[in-house]
Design a protein around this ligand. Structure first.
Ligand SMILES: *Cc1c(COP(=O)(O)O)cnc(C)c1O
Length: 363
């Protein structure tokens, strides 16, 4: 089976983690600080704060931006559930706007209609590693004096509008096992805003200012040095791994059968292909079954948009987002990870070509 994700773990990672084990200092320490410093440099910002995962990075960032009960945060419903949940954890309300039909990212054209006096933050999601249209979003945020929180959990190393993802205001990244770089579980907040960074540091460590003096309510959102040691090695691999993802995507887009719609990158952006996601209108599920039979794993990101999840319906979310819902019915992600071989790519191509499109029960 050609798998959807494979973490790249080498001798370097093994050695780095063993070193931490042998040091006897396993929790947040020197390695976490080193990872923060290097990740801030990757994003071209002054501050990075490591957290236990991408969800806690989003949660801490929202709290640090002062988001709370009565506030609204505008985001995209075509995302992993964490994008909506992190907003709910603060007591604020997610306001979902539709995505662009081509890039599948938050459509800036719908933003202004969604802004109310309660809006505090615009939270674009760089879905699949494709940056949202940040130039347009930033212009609207400025006009309405709103803050931006990038959900960059899938977009390590991406760029847009001549700038690095993670550098627009405040951003959250994830280092989950399948992401473009991993610490097993892990996250990071990046920003140039020293006050936001300081609040995130307090929030991740029970509001502690010095040992056992707690100035505000906080959480345990800490990353460990064991994880950070892994993350430092993964950061060394990130650029080469990203180039391989981009090369694999270019291959697919060249050989893709004409009845499939290839992914569309935001103009001027470096899409880092966390996922290579095609649209297969009318035959997505049959295609997924066919590829599985041919030994090619695929995954639907995401079959149910956040506003249609049962948890959200029960909270009273009830709206129609036509492009989001159409995308959820059509998308299918193909394996694009850096460890795929030329032979793997060729097998995926052959598997796609052998699908009896137009000859099956679905026309
Ligand atoms: C992975 C992911 C998250 C959450 O990150 P975790 O590390 O799994 O908590 C949030 N948003 C998006 C878009 C993600 O892909």
């Amino acid at each position: 089976m050609i798998r959807m994700a494979m973490p790249q773990i080498g001798e370097e990672e093994r050695r780095a983690v063993l070193e931490v084990l042998d040091s006897g200092m396993l929790a947040q320490g020197e390695r976490v600080r080193a990872l923060e410093e290097r990740f801030a440099a990757l994003c071209g910002v002054r501050h990075a704060v490591a957290t236990s995962n991408g969800t806690t990075a989003l949660h801490a960032a929202l709290l640090a931006l002062g988001v709370g009960p009565g506030d609204e945060v505008i985001t995209s419903s075509f995302s992993f559930i964490a994008s909506g949940n992190a907003i709910l954890f603060t007591g604020a309300r997610p306001v979902f706007v539709d995505v662009r039909p081509d890039t599948l990212n938050l459509d800036p054209g719908h933003l202004e209609a969604a802004i109310t006096p309660r809006t505090r933050v615009i939270m674009p999601v760089h879905l699949y590693g494709n940056p949202a249209d940040m130039a347009a979003i930033e212009a609207i945020a400025r006009r309405h004096a709103l803050r931006i929180l990038e959900d960059a959990c899938q977009a390590h190393g991406a760029t847009v509008a001549g700038r690095r993802v993670g550098s627009f205001d405040v951003a959250a990244f994830s280092f989950y096992g399948t992401k473009n770089m991993t610490t097993g579980e892990g996250g990071m907040v990046t920003t140039d805003d020293a006050a936001v960074a300081e609040r995130c540091r307090m929030l991740r460590n029970h509001g502690q200012s010095r040992r056992y003096y707690h100035d505000s309510l906080g959480y345990n959102f800490r990353l460990t040095d064991l994880q950070a040691a892994l993350g430092l090695c993964q950061l060394d691999r990130l650029e080469a791994a990203t180039e391989r993802r981009i090369a694999h995507a270019a291959y697919y887009s060249e050989v893709l059968p004409s009845w499939l719609t290839p992914p569309v990158a935001t103009p001027g952006a470096r899409h880092v292909y966390h996922q290579y996601t095609v649209r297969a209108p009318g035959c997505r599920d049959e295609l997924a079954r066919h590829l599985a039979e041919q030994g090619v794993q695929t995954i639907i990101y995401y079959p149910v948009p956040i506003h249609r999840q049962r948890a959200y319906l029960e909270m009273g979310f009830d709206q129609s987002l036509p492009e989001t819902e159409r995308a959820a019915a059509e998308v299918l992600s193909l394996p694009v990870h850096p460890l795929l071989t030329a032979e793997d790519l060729d097998r995926v191509r052959a598997a796609l070509e052998s699908f009896p499109y137009g000859r099956g029960p679905n026309g």
